[in-house]
Design a protein around this ligand. Structure first.
Ligand SMILES: C[S@@+](CC[C@H](N)C(=O)[O-])C[C@H]1O[C@@H](n2cnc3c(N)ncnc32)[C@H](O)[C@@H]1O
Length: 208
């Protein structure tokens, strides 16, 4: 899908929004946005000179404006995306094989509950910066579904039982389904009504 393809479809349907253009083109809304705005922050799959942007400093800035401060960060070490990437053989770039988890805090009193994890869990992952967790291979639920283990670790580490977990980019509902299974309250938001519907179905299906 090229920028020209998206522009041609937009010219035919000038009132269509990104979601409608995606449906017409048979691609994701994110692809439409990337082609229109040239903000392919993943590094560019097909052009070695694609501009990339470090997002961490933006996230830190937005959080600071909301009164939240960086507390910690982890690396999710996932599978290398060899299959969908051509850029590793047409550029000097590394393949995409990790993502960042940023943890922010609101100044105030923080109670540390070491009982949230067993001693073995603290040493295996709770106190470790790099989490090696396999990516989700299928993409039938969502093209970017996260592994449940990633959600499970974040929720267990940073929220108390009965606490509320919010995912404002809920996608297929991985976070909300795991939050419910772990006895948390949950809120999921997504720009796509279809994702909201499917995430709710997936989460409602968790029987406690
Ligand atoms: C990477 S996916 C999330 C995948 C999810 N963690 C899962 O396991 O299925 C990001 C989601 O954010 C949604 N999204 C993108 N921009 C958004 C926005 N501005 N507000 C709300 N949701 C948005 C997309 O529709 C997409 O479903």
């Amino acid at each position: 899908m090229t920028r020209e393809d998206v522009l041609a479809m937009k010219a035919k349907h000038p009132d269509a929004n990104r979601h409608q253009l995606a449906a017409l083109l048979g691609c994701s809304e994110q692809t439409v946005q990337r082609r229109l705005e040239g903000n392919n922050v993943r590094g560019g799959k097909h052009e070695c000179a694609t501009k990339i942007v470090l997002t961490g400093c933006m996230v830190e800035q937005w959080a600071a404006e909301a009164g939240l401060y960086l507390y910690d960060r982890r690396i999710w070490h996932k599978d290398p995306c060899w299959a969908n990437s051509r850029w590793h053989s047409t550029s000097y770039k590394a393949v995409d094989e990790f993502e960042h988890v940023y943890v922010f805090w609101q100044p105030g009193i923080v109670e540390y509950d070491r009982a949230r994890l067993a001693d073995s869990e603290w040493s295996e992952w709770g106190s470790r910066a790099v989490w090696k967790i396999r990516s989700v291979r299928r993409n039938d639920r969502h093209e970017a579904e996260f592994p449940e283990e990633l959600a499970r670790r974040v929720i267990r580490l940073y929220s108390p039982e009965g606490g509320t977990v919010l995912d404002c980019f809920v996608g297929s509902g991985t976070t909300t389904a795991v939050a419910k299974a772990l006895g948390r309250q949950w809120i999921g938001i997504d720009a796509s009504p279809c994702c909201v519907k499917n995430a709710k179905l997936r989460t409602d299906a968790i029987v406690l």
